[in-house]
Design a protein around this ligand. Structure first.
Ligand code: NAD
Length: 256
């Protein structure tokens, strides 16, 4: 493929982007930034507040479509993708962001916690990527960004299922990049440290959070907007030569 240049302001004008977990936290920040950059959005979330969030961040309903969907369910994933195709005709960008954290000591961790974690943090992103990639191939390519975590690179107390799922999504990202590069699909991961969202607060409240902050060279947690900025770069044409990579956004936590 020839080098076609790129928009140096990282514009996404008229790109159609499916954001999972778009009702809160990082997904919501990505939705706001991508809208500002001209994208059309499909926001899929298990939380029915997603419609109200869309209305709040973009009163222009021609540019946002919402789907209430439990993305651990195959039918719901299909429904989210088909709604996007019906409404906007194509999907150019997939942001696999929806996720949960269920913490317990490894000696006690239940099968239920393990299965629920893997269902949304690993299984759903794979099958959604597979479903969307089949559409992207028909329209000449696309970008996929998987939201992983620093937890995919290092050990965190009580995070056995979460760390395992995030390590696996980083690994899966590389395989999909290898297989789908020929279709002009680039797929990358981003790995934030603790982010100031509902999920971040749940896992890092109180003393554990203070201890974690001390170990981050930058001395603070990340803001959802900082994660959205990295997702934008990887979803933009500027990043077409980046494929199968994992962009770590951790204020230096994993460098030592
Ligand atoms: N916040 C952090 O500290 C942090 C750090 C690293 C990585 N991450 C990752 O970032 C992603 C987003 O996390 P966040 O902090 O914004 O969390 P959040 O809890 O604020 O938002 C997650 C969103 O995903 C949705 N969701 C959950 N299960 C779903 C399902 N089955 N189907 C559809 N939607 C579902 C929720 O309803 C919610 O709107 C997750 O993958 C998480 O693992 C978060």
């Amino acid at each position: 493929m020839e080098f076609a240049g790129f928009d140096k302001s990282f514009g996404l004008t008229n790109r159609v982007c499916l954001v999972t977990g778009g009702a809160a936290g990082i997904g919501r920040a990505i939705a706001i930034l991508f809208l500002e950059k001209g994208a059309k959005l499909v926001l899929a979330d298990v939380n029915a507040t997603v419609a109200a969030i869309a209305q709040e961040i973009c009163p222009d309903r021609d540019r946002v479509h919402t789907v209430v969907a439990d993305l651990t369910q195959s039918d719901d994933r299909d429904r989210a993708v088909e709604a996007g195709l019906e409404r906007f005709g194509r999907i150019d960008i997939l942001i696999n962001n929806a996720g949960i954290v269920l913490l317990d000591d490894a000696l006690r961790l239940s099968e239920d916690y393990w299965d629920r974690t893997m269902a949304i943090n690993l299984r759903a992103p794979f099958f959604l990527a597979q479903r969307v990639a089949r559409e992207m191939i028909k329209t000449g390519g696309g970008k996929i960004v998987n939201v992983a975590s620093q937890a995919g690179l290092i050990a965190l107390d009580k995070h056995a299922a979460y760390c395992a799922g995030k390590a696996a999504i980083i690994s899966m990202t590389k395989v999909l990049a290898l297989e789908w590069a020929r279709y002009n699909i680039q797929i990358n991961a981003i790995s934030p440290t603790v982010v100031l969202t509902e999920l971040g607060r749940k896992a890092w409240a109180g003393e554990v959070g203070e201890q974690m902050k001390k170990k981050i060279p930058n001395g603070r947690f990340a803001y959802p907007e900082e994660i959205a900025a990295c997702a934008l770069f990887l979803a933009s044409d500027a990043a077409t030569m980046i494929n199968g990579e994992n962009l770590v956004i951790d204020g230096g936590y994993t460098i030592q």
